[in-house]
Design a protein around this ligand. Structure first.
Ligand SMILES: [Zn+2]
Ligand SMILES: [Zn+2]
Ligand SMILES: [Zn+2]
Ligand SMILES: [Zn+2]
Ligand SMILES: [Zn+2]
Length: 364
């Protein structure tokens, strides 16, 4: 179950939303400055009729966009409107613009500070308005791109581990970091783990994918041990150990010896791995032929996906999206192929096809 692989690929590098970005480029000028830029100009008014020596006049066709009053004397054109110079100021704080720069929003000018304070999304990590490039994680949190290198990443959910976003987190002995959101439901002891596995088995049983009364021991392992377990059947977060007993060359029994799952995963993630491993156990006990990894792991990911579908939680929906978008050529592509074939096949029909052909149906 390559959760950790899926997470980075699902973060999107983003510039600020188009509106903000465009505005920062368009920000130029200020009242009082000479007319140098198309976005805002000051004008010396022409003399009004009959006013001796005056270089200040009344432009009866010009009114101030802020106060609505007639413009007499110099004025500013900006944002397609005209303004009294003293009225072309920040819409929010009413202060003049510093460094001849303003930002536009809905046709109104704002100073740098007010613009970001009012309109920029808040960074989920530092709480400040986002002022430049930002990222979005699969949970929908936006944060300044610069934080990427400042914090550890949660092994399970992929969030950056920090006070504001995850209320901190812990490092396990095997080097995995777990955020405190995930820690809330972490499965740390064998009794809890067995209970989750039983629950998963019951749910899969209701879907016609049960393992019957077969006793399957479950053991919690750490990352180091799982990494030591070599072999094709080893998933990143769990493993199913099977054994075919033979006598005189004849198969006399097939035994699922053990399911091993990483300790300390949040309950829903743990259960998702358990469902995946139950898939391996099910394929084995149902005497499926040897399947190519894409098909085997794709079917097992489908077991996990079907379990998640039954949960109806926001987290479960996110996990399903993470699995569906997993870039792994075996786990991700296998699941996507299985899901596409379900547009045409029922789950039992798909499994029957795979059993017979050791492959997914063609055309998906
Ligand atoms: Zn005015
Ligand atoms: Zn302001
Ligand atoms: Zn930030
Ligand atoms: Zn987490
Ligand atoms: Zn697997």
């Amino acid at each position: 179950m390559p959760w950790i692989c899926t997470t980075p690929s699902l973060r999107f590098l983003k510039a600020l939303p188009t509106a903000l970005f465009a505005l920062s480029l368009a920000a130029v000028l200020a009242a009082g400055a000479l007319p140098t830029h198309a976005h805002g100009q000051t004008h010396a008014a022409s003399a009004a009729d009959g006013e001796a020596g005056g270089n200040v006049g009344v432009h009866e066709d010009l009114t101030c966009a802020y106060c609505g009053g007639p413009i007499v004397g110099p004025y500013v054109t900006a944002l397609g409107k005209t303004w009294h110079p003293e009225h072309f100021v920040c819409t929010h704080c009413r202060r003049p613009f510093s460094e001849n720069t303003f930002y536009e929003k809905d046709g109104l000018p704002y100073c740098h500070a007010c613009y970001f304070e009012l309109f920029s999304p808040r960074c989920a990590v530092c709480g400040e308005p986002i002022r430049s490039t930002y990222l979005q994680n699969v949970w929908g949190d936006l944060y300044c791109a610069g934080h990427e290198d400042e914090f550890e990443r949660c092994y399970s959910c992929g969030r950056l581990i920090c006070d504001r976003l995850t209320r901190g987190g812990v490092e396990y002995d095997d080097g995995r970091w777990m955020c405190n959101l995930c820690r809330r439901t972490a499965v740390d002891d064998a009794d809890d783990a067995r209970e989750v596995l039983e629950d998963v088995r019951r749910t899969l049983g209701r879907l016609g994918l049960g393992l019957g009364d077969v006793e399957i021991p479950l053991r919690l392992v750490d990352k180091a041990e799982l990494d030591r377990i070599e072999g094709d059947a080893c998933d990143p977060n769990g493993n199913t150990v099977t054994c075919v007993l033979r006598r005189e060359g004849r198969v006399i029994d097939r035994v699922v010896e053990e399911i091993e799952i990483l300790h300390g995963l949040p309950r829903e993630h743990f259960a998702t791995i358990a469902a995946h491993e139950c898939g391996h156990a099910w394929l084995f006990l149902e005497r499926f032929p040897d399947l190519p990894p894409l098909v085997e792991e794709g079917i097992c990911e489908l077991f996990a996906h079907l379990w998640l579908e039954q949960q109806h939680t926001r987290e479960a929906v996110r996990r399903m999206r993470m699995m569906e978008n997993n870039e792994d050529p075996v786990y991700g592509e296998g699941l996507r192929t299985a899901l596409r074939s379900l547009d045409v096949y029922s789950v039992p029909a798909l499994l029957a096809y795979v059993r017979l052909n050791a492959d997914f149906p063609p055309g998906f």
